[in-house]
Write a protein that binds this ligand. Sequence first.
Ligand code: GDP
Ligand code: MG
Length: 351
Amino acid sequence: MQIGIIGFKFTGKTTLFNVITGAGQPTGVGGVDPHRAVGKVPDPRLDRLTAMFKPKRQVNASVEWVDIPGFQGGMAADGGREGTRFLDHGRKVDALAQVVRCFGGGYGDPDPVGELESMALELALADLQIVENRLEKLAKEKTRMGKVANPLEPPMMQRFREQLENDKPLRDLELNPDEIKMASGFTFLTLKPMIAVLNHAEGEEGPSDAIAAAQAMGAEVVALCASVEEEIAELDEEDAAEFLADLGIAERALNRMITASYGALNLQSFFTVGPDECRAWAVRKGATAPVAAGAIHSDLQRGFIRAEVTAYDDLISAGDMAAAKAANLVCLEGKAYEVQDGDILEIRFSV
Ligand SMILES: Nc1nc2c(ncn2[C@@H]2O[C@H](COP(=O)(O)OP(=O)(O)O)[C@@H](O)[C@H]2O)c(=O)[nH]1
Ligand SMILES: [Mg+2]
């Protein structure tokens, strides 16, 4: 899973990227090329399972963070090289996290609502261009062949155009499964889940008008102070905990970014356990057992027979797997079972 960190220059994108990945990239310098780093998804439940099963290794779920520089207003309209590059990086990620400057200081007065609106407009214009091009192609196809290959596509694209012309993101539209499939090939930016990261000064909070604006765009909201988090990242665990308590920060930036990303992408975790490996996996909420099995390996989905399912809390209260089985807390589930957050799965399959 890839999360793209976007936003205006000097809003704290690279600072945040460093905080959550430990990458140590230079900040305050602008730049053209994206930084990338893969980070573990922390999960205390997985740590506890590792303590219980003592496997050879623990494998956390992971997220690739991409620090995408180079955003300026007016890009989609002028079609320049920087804009194209920025938008292309944005199209390749699964979700967009826009860092918004809410701190003042040397960079002038902040305008968080303005930043959110400019970005939304830019992304909508870029999507509108794709929709217009596509509608033009479809019209030509109709003239030449007398019909279009997929009659469901023109009405969908017209609906998209109307939405974007009203400066509204495509993620607000209700799409049926056919439309989701048709739309997926176009990598629309405003269809991507969005996280608004309100980067405020030390001791402040996310401004309420920016929170409201972000929520109205269907974004998950995280308010943090990236430069304070950067200082905390340099401390050892004990000092960091004390510093966090002093500042009244309940959760660190990485955890909050992960929670927001899982929320925006509608993801949940399930676990596999055993003597070799205890591992966390991410699947969409509502995913059935075979789909979850497919996240592990396509053979497990293809040859899926049954899943042995233990809820994390049940396993913890039972003490170990044998006790959970003895207490009938391990259930055999079929193809229709919807995986729940924290499920421990053992897949029975045959290929
Ligand atoms: N006061 C303050 N400064 C910050 C904060 N986050 C980042 N900065 C500073 O803003 C400047 C730009 O940060 P950078 O991460 O390079 O921004 P980018 O251009 O969006 O990648 C740097 O000098 C940072 O130290 C913050 O939360 N508060
Ligand atoms: Mg940067």
